[in-house]
Write a protein of this length. Structure first.
Length: 597
C-alpha cells in the first residue's frame, strides 16, 4: 500500500528539503569573509625575520599603488587558516575584536574590493593578541603572509611584542621607542572596549580626595597606582620624587584574601574605578605595570597624566599634541617641581582636563576612532594633500579644511602672486604667457608697463585687508608642506629675476605638493613670488562665513585679495634684522626651518 501525499504538502516538503540542502552554501556566500585553508609544512630551519630599522613609507612600502587613485586604499584579505603538516592549526581563531576591526575598515573611506588597487593589505590572521600564537607559529604565519604581500602589509596588534618588524607597517598599542620606526609604524592607544558618551566619566571640575587619615577633604592629589610587583628600588625612587607633595595616594593590590580590590597605605579598600576618581594627577611610568592601560583610563576619568616613560611612544603622537593635556618628564626627579608649578595655575589645569577629555572621546574611546585615525595618519604620510591640519587633529575650531580631491591633471591652474621690486616686476611676462597660470596678482604700486591690462589685480602693500588673517592661517599651518625656491643673484648682486626655467621649476614643485605653496626668493631672502593652488583659494572663499559676510560680495575679487593679502603679510609684515632695524623683510614663519632646494 502506498500513502498518498497531497500535492500542496509535497510542495512544502520539497521547499524544506531544498532549503536544508542549500543552507550551508547560502550562508557561506553571505559571509563577510571566506576562509582559506592553507597547508603549511614547517621546515627544519624556521624563517628568520629581520628587523628593518630604517623603514620609511618610500623605502619599505610599495607607494606606486597610490598613484592610480591619489588615495590610500586598503584591502582585507579573507580570513585565513594555516595548518602544519600534521594538520595542527597555526593561526588563532579570529576574535570578536578582530572581526570588529575588519568591519570598521570594510566600511571606511579607504576600503577597496580590488586587491590590485590596494596600497595596504590587512592580513586575514588575527594578530591583535600575539600571545595567542603557540611556539614559533607566529614567525611561520608572518613569513607565509610576507611571501604574498611583501611591502604591502599593515598589522594591527593591541597586545604582545613577539613580532619582529620587517617590511610590514606595525600599528601597535605596545610600541617600544628603541624599535619604533617613526615615519613608518603607528602607535595606538590601548583599546579598553567601546565607551559611549553616556558611560564615560570625565570630570571637568577639581576633584576632591580623602586625605590619608580621612579627617578632611583636599583638592589636589597625585595617584600612584601599582597593579603588580615592581623591581626593587622603584618604591624608593618614587617616594623620594614626591617627598614634600601633599595628598599623594599610593595604591597597590590588596592582600590575597581581598581579591580584585586596591588598598592605599592606610589600608582603605578601593575599586579600580573609584581609584581613578581620587586625584587630579596620575603617574604614568614605564616602570609601573599596565601603564599604557592606566594612561587611557586616566584620561577617561578626567585626570592629568604625569608621564615619565622614555621607552613609551604615545598614541598618535605624530599628530596629537600631548603637551596640551599631559606633562612629560625626563625623570622622576622633576616630579615635584612640575606638579607644584602646574597646581598654581587653575585655568591651565581646567583646560588640560578639557583637552584630555576631548582627545579621549575623539581618538581613544572607540575602536572605529582608533582604526580610522591610524589609516588617516598613514595616508597623510603618503598623500600630502590629504593630510589634516594641526588644528583639526587637536580639535580646534578652524574655518579651512584642506581635504581636497586628487589633483594630478595637466589642466590644473595656479594663482601666481609677485612682488614689485623698484617698479620692475621680473618675470611677470613669463607668468602671463604660461597656460598653467589662471591669474597674476601684483603687490605694489600701480603703474604702466607691458602686460598691465592682463594683470588681474593690484594691491598696495600698505592697504588693509579684512581677509588677511584667514589666509595667513592657511599658509602658516605647520602640517603643510612649504618649499623654498632659491637662486643666485644676478651680476649686479642685487636681484634674482624670475626667469622661465625658475618659474617652470616652481610650477613643477608646486604640482607635487598642491596643498602647499612655492616661494621664490632672491639671494637676500626677499620673497619675490608665491604659487598657491587655486583650489585652496576657491575652497576658502566659498566656505568662509567671514568672507560671506563681507559687503559687496564678489568671488573673483575676494580670491585676488586673499592671495595678495597673504603676500603682503609675508613680505612687509615683519622684519628679520636686529631689534630697531627694518632693512630686510622676513621669510614666512613656516619657511624658517625649510632647507634650500
Amino acid at each position: 500500500n502506498t500513502i498518498q501525499v497531497p500535492y500542496h504538502m509535497r510542495k512544502w516538503i520539497g521547499y524544506v528539503l531544498f532549503a536544508v540542502v542549500l543552507y550551508p552554501h547560502i550562508t557561506y556566500l553571505l559571509r563577510d569573509d571566506v576562509e582559506e585553508v592553507v597547508q603549511w609544512t614547517i621546515a627544519d630551519q624556521l624563517p628568520r625575520l629581520r628587523y628593518t630599522s630604517n623603514c620609511t613609507m618610500t623605502t619599505c612600502l610599495d607607494v606606486r599603488r597610490v598613484g592610480g587613485t591619489g588615495r590610500l586604499r586598503v584591502w582585507l584579505q579573507p580570513v585565513v587558516k594555516m595548518r602544519d603538516e600534521k594538520g595542527s592549526l597555526l593561526t588563532p581563531l579570529p576574535s570578536r575584536e578582530f572581526m570588529q576591526l575588519r568591519d570598521v575598515i570594510a566600511s571606511s573611506e579607504w576600503t577597496t574590493v580590488d586587491e590590485k588597487e590596494a596600497t595596504l593589505v590587512v592580513p586575514g590572521v588575527d594578530f591583535l593578541n600575539q600571545e595567542r600564537f603557540e611556539g614559533d607559529s607566529l614567525r611561520v604565519v608572518y613569513d607565509r603572509l610576507k611571501e604574498k604581500y611583501d611591502r604591502r602589509m599593515i598589522i594591527y596588534s593591541f597586545h604582545g611584542r613577539k613580532l619582529s618588524e620587517d617590511t610590514a607597517v606595525i600599528a601597535s598599542a605596545q610600541p617600544v621607542s628603541s624599535r619604533f620606526r617613526r615615519d613608518f609604524d603607528v602607535s595606538l592607544p590601548v583599546w579598553r572596549g567601546d565607551v559611549s558618551i553616556e558611560e564615560k566619566n570625565i570630570g571637568m571640575k577639581h576633584k576632591k580626595v580623602d586625605s590619608i587619615d580621612g579627617d578632611d577633604m583636599n583638592e589636589i592629589g597625585l595617584l600612584i597606582l601599582q597593579l603588580d610587583d615592581v623591581e626593587n628600588g622603584l618604591d624608593t625612587r618614587i617616594r623620594e620624587a614626591h617627598t614634600g607633595l601633599e595628598n599623594v595616594v599610593w595604591m597597590r593590590r590588596c592582600q590575597a584574601e581581598i581579591v580584585g580590590d586596591l588598598c592605599d597605605e592606610s589600608g582603605r579598600q578601593w575599586s579600580y574605578e573609584e581609584a581613578l576618581g581620587t586625584a587630579d594627577f596620575v603617574l604614568i611610568s614605564d616602570d609601573l605595570p599596565a601603564y599604557d592601560r592606566l594612561l587611557i583610563d586616566g584620561l577617561r576619568a578626567g585626570m592629568i597624566p604625569i608621564i615619565v616613560a622614555p621607552s613609551y611612544v604615545l598614541p598618535f603622537e605624530e599628530k596629537i599634541d600631548w603637551s596640551r593635556f599631559s606633562l612629560s618628564l625626563l625623570s622622576l626627579t622633576h616630579l615635584k617641581g612640575a606638579m607644584e608649578g602646574l597646581r598654581e595655575d587653575d585655568a591651565r589645569m581646567e583646560e588640560m582636563r578639557r583637552q584630555g577629555g576631548r582627545m579621549y572621546t575623539t581618538y581613544f574611546s572607540r575602536l572605529e576612532s582608533i582604526v580610522t585615525s591610524s589609516l588617516r595618519l598613514i595616508e597623510s604620510r603618503l598623500v600630502p594633500h590629504r593630510q589634516w591640519t594641526y588644528e583639526r587633529w587637536n580639535g580646534d575650531e578652524i574655518e579651512l579644511t584642506l581635504d581636497l580631491p586628487y589633483l594630478a591633471s595637466e589642466e590644473i591652474q595656479a594663482v601666481a602672486v609677485v612682488m614689485e621690486e623698484e617698479r620692475e616686476i621680473s618675470g611677470v611676462k613669463y607668468l602671463l604667457e604660461s597656460k598653467r597660470i589662471d591669474r597674476v596678482i601684483v603687490v605694489g604700486k600701480e603703474g604702466g608697463g607691458d602686460g598691465e591690462e592682463r594683470i588681474s589685480h593690484w594691491i598696495l602693500p600698505s592697504a588693509p585687508d579684512p581677509t588677511l588673517s584667514l589666509m595667513m592661517r592657511l599658509l602658516k599651518n605647520p602640517s603643510q608642506v612649504f618649499l623654498l625656491l632659491r637662486g643666485a643673484a644676478d651680476d649686479d648682486g642685487e636681484r634674482m629675476r624670475m626667469d622661465p626655467p625658475r618659474i617652470e621649476r616652481a610650477m613643477m614643485i608646486w604640482r607635487t605638493t598642491p596643498t602647499g605653496a612655492v616661494f621664490v626668493v632672491n639671494a637676500e631672502g626677499r620673497v619675490l613670488g608665491v604659487v598657491v593652488h587655486k583650489a585652496i583659494l576657491d575652497w576658502s572663499v566659498r566656505h568662509s562665513q567671514q568672507l560671506q559676510q563681507v559687503e559687496e560680495w564678489s568671488y573673483d575679487s575676494l580670491v585676488d585679495r586673499l592671495a595678495a593679502a597673504a603676500v603682503v603679510k609675508m613680505v612687509v609684515g615683519e622684519r628679520v634684522g636686529p631689534p630697531g632695524t627694518d632693512q630686510l623683510p622676513s621669510l614666512p614663519t613656516a619657511l624658517s626651518a625649510v632647507p634650500r632646494v
